[in-house]
Design a binder for this molecule. Structure first.
Ligand code: MG
Length: 274
């Protein structure tokens, strides 16, 4: 099931994206896809029981997709694909390397990544698989990890690379507004153990890898992170980026595609031009 967050006629709602009858009948939906409105939101203790629908349905082309979740925090993993570790001259970490991105960095599909061009000369894309949590949890043992994962979406861990090196820690480099695009929706039925992940800039593929190459896999990451901090429903965990990172400039369009989920595309602008 694909769970989207969207706005229609000025109202923000959650919905289930599928090929429903309304879209097929009026012929104006994007690829025949429609959004069936969810009653309330899909997170929390009842997530495992499925979502309740209101009965309202919209052609996907008639709504604006938003970031599929508003997390209280975005936990991210550094240096978790060998080829990316090597390209930055680092060693693979024995334990997961975790950092935080502020919730205020989150944007949705189609929203512009704003390069802080007065502060940074080098802003990079990092395509990543994102885990979306459905439940409050702490100290999750490996065998219970599937219970707390609501689904998966695409993420771009946008990074001011020069500031990452010069600051010594990563809060500024990873934390600018717009530096965490998420979307286009949450896929709740994906087996994410071995799916293709690609990142393209202006349709040229720059990153091309598989989640089976994660140094620390999904189960390990969830157990590790929840041994440190309480996770709230809707929180997001970025699992790391593969090799092939590179810079973005104003006018670029960057797309992260994950097999079984979809494509997250964002334009790039310079903050000084806004
Ligand atoms: Mg990253």
């Amino acid at each position: 099931m694909r769970i989207a967050r969207f706005s229609v006629a000025g109202n923000v709602k959650y919905g289930v994206v599928d090929s429903g009858e309304a879209g097929a009948a009026n012929g104006q939906s994007r690829g025949g896809l429609t959004v069936a409105e969810v009653d309330g939101h899909p997170f929390g203790p009842s997530a495992a029981e499925g979502v309740r629908l209101t009965g309202a349905r919209y052609p996907l082309a008639d709504v604006r997709l938003l970031a599929p979740v508003l997390p209280s925090k975005v936990v991210a993993i550094g240096r978790n694909y060998v080829d990316h570790v090597r390209e930055l001259g680092n060693e693979p970490p024995a334990e997961p390397l975790i950092f935080l991105k502020p919730s205020t960095a989150v944007i949705g599909p189609g929203e512009a990544i704003s390069r802080p061009d007065k502060l940074s000369q080098r802003v990079d894309y990092e395509g990543e698989l994102a885990i979306v949590f459905g439940r409050l949890c702490r100290d999750v043992p490996a065998e219970r990890v599937p219970e707390v994962i609501f689904g998966y979406t695409c993420a771009n861990d946008v990074t001011a690379r020069d500031l990452q090196f010069s600051d010594g820690q990563w809060t500024r480099a990873k934390g600018f507004d717009t530096f965490c695009p998420l979307g286009p929706w949450i896929e709740t039925e994906l087996d994410a153990a071995d799916v293709l992940l690609t990142t393209a800039v202006n349709d040229e593929v720059k990153q091309n890898s598989r989640t089976s190459l994660l140094i620390h896999g999904i189960v390990t990451l969830v157990s590790y992170v929840t041994s440190v901090m309480t996770i709230l429903p809707g929180d997001v965990l970025l699992t790391g980026t593969p090799g092939g990172i590179g810079p973005l400039v104003a006018g670029d369009s960057v797309s992260v595609t994950i097999e079984g989920i979809g494509t997250l595309t964002n334009p790039v602008v310079d903050a000084s031009s806004l």
